[in-house]
Design a protein. Structure first.
Length: 477
């Protein structure tokens, strides 16, 4: 282990790395079930397609993390990215609705859309191997690089208090903790608005805050497993609350669960199932637009996550650069190619990796453990599915608070730093896109420098990236 991951050099050990890997897995585990749900619920995708996407999610995520572990030796988790998968699902729906070359079913349209993901992955792999993506990272102004971490922190806080724990009821939904529970004037108003989801929301709120304070107290006493222990405590409290107060069995879903992987569905529906014949029937402008859109969003989501999380972990040098950046970006590209081959949308680096980093993860051993957990979920998916969102919310809120403290690195006397950082900090949680927030920050930085007589301080690549984002926002959205 020492030779493979250089544990002593990174001031860590096997125990810490394993705990960090398990912590990252628990905060990321939701994607295993959510990704196939999202990619098939938009229309009537078959159950066989659901099974195929589920397996593709586990396999592509695991392989990407193995590459991250052995090639880059970094503690980052990867999986099909949120936002990108929703966009991919909308593309599949559009293709099915257009009836291109007789493609009038969701399952067949899915195979056409996978061609886009394959092309994107190959493009990124080439760019990564030739260090072009690394040069793009280096072109980011220092202020923006320093501001990514606190912006992601606020985004994690927003996820923890909001979208990570949405509930539905007969009154509609999703109902969120901060907006619908704490946002109501009185408990009666909240109960009326949320209906039958109110009792579950109360349990979620209690569970989240108990878990948060367990993590905070243990972290104060230097317990490295604080995040993992807090999540386990939260889970136990939530399960007990379900059984005692909600009178439901939290493990009911395990009774009829199947633990046998549907490899036949994978082979039949998505494994190497690229329909290039129908793909080339799409107009060339539409194809280019889709590929460019996927590339822009994925590139800056990944860059933002890597830089922001590495900053929090102290992995950046004095110039704000991360060693082995090319290898880390290569892992992301390999994951996307494998995802296309097996049958899922773009694989990218997850911001939930910050939880594992906070638990002490500093090397690829953390990513290896997380990847092995994803592989195990091919057989144990029903077990991963019972981890309550309230438990992961506690971890995300804690890590978000820690990352938000990165604002102290910003020079608030320098408006060229303050302006883009302020824009990113507010834009990231509102848009739920790391890439779009960085794009807005780049545009603001470039325009400010251009009109304050400092145009020469901005690199040509920064101007180019700003222009690309302007085109993305106003022409090819």
């Amino acid at each position: 282990m020492e030779k493979l991951f250089k544990l002593k050099q990174n001031n860590t050990n096997v125990r810490t790395e394993v705990i960090a890997g398990l912590t990252t897995f628990m905060t990321m585990a939701y994607i295993i079930m959510l990704n196939p749900n999202l990619l098939t619920d938009w229309t009537q995708g078959s159950h066989a397609l659901w099974n195929a996407i589920f397996l593709a999610t586990c396999i592509s995520s695991a392989i990407a993390m193995f590459v991250m572990a052995f090639l880059a030796n970094k503690p980052f988790g990867l999986a099909p990215g949120m936002g990108l998968n929703a966009f991919f699902a909308s593309v599949v729906t559009s293709i099915a609705g257009m009836g291109i070359a007789g493609v009038d079913s969701y399952d067949k349209a899915f195979q056409v859309a996978l061609c886009i993901i394959l092309i994107e992955g190959v493009v990124f792999l080439i760019l990564s191997l030739f260090s072009i993506r690394e040069k793009i990272v280096e072109a980011l102004p220092l202020g923006i690089r320093l501001g990514i971490s606190p912006a992601i922190g606020l985004m994690l806080l927003n996820i923890g208090f909001g979208s990570n724990n949405g509930l539905y009821s007969e009154t509609g939904g999703p109902h969120y903790m901060l907006a619908n529970f704490f946002g109501s004037l009185t408990p009666d108003a909240a109960q009326k608005a949320m209906g039958s989801a109110y009792d579950t929301m109360v349990l979620s709120v209690i569970t989240t805050f108990v878990g948060l304070f367990v993590i905070v107290v243990l972290a104060h006493h230097k317990v490295k497993a604080s995040v993992l222990i807090g999540m386990l405590c939260s889970s136990c409290i939530f399960w007990a609350g379900q059984a005692i107060f909600l009178e439901t069995n939290p493990f009911e879903s395990l009774k009829d669960a199947s633990f046998i992987p549907a490899f036949g569905d994978l082979a039949d529906k998505t494994l190497f199932k690229f329909d290039f014949g129908s793909f080339f029937d799409i107009s060339i402008f539409t194809v280019i637009t889709l590929i460019v859109t996927f590339c822009i969003i994925d590139m800056f989501d990944t860059i933002g996550t890597l830089v922001g999380t590495a900053s929090r972990a102290g992995m950046l040098d004095e110039n704000g650069k991360m060693p082995q950046m090319r290898e880390a970006l290569t892992a992301d590209a390999v994951g996307t190619v494998v995802g296309a081959v097996t049958g899922t949308s773009t694989v990218t680096t997850f911001i939930e990796s910050a939880s594992g980093v906070e638990a002490g993860g500093r090397t690829g051993l953390t990513a290896l453990v997380t990847g092995l957990c994803f592989l195990a979920c091919i057989f144990l998916a029903p077990v991963a599915a019972i981890i309550p969102p309230a438990a992961t919310s506690a971890a995300l809120i804690y890590v978000g608070i820690l990352m938000f403290s990165g604002l102290k690195k910003i020079n608030f006397d320098d408006m060229s730093q303050v302006l883009p950082v302020a824009i990113m900090v507010i834009a990231m949680p509102i848009t739920s896109s790391i890439g779009h927030a960085i794009g807005l920050g780049l545009i603001c930085y470039s325009v400010f420098q251009l009109f304050t007589g400092n145009a020469k301080k901005v690199s040509i690549l920064t101007y180019v990236l700003s222009l690309i984002f302007l085109l993305k926002f106003f022409i090819i959205v």
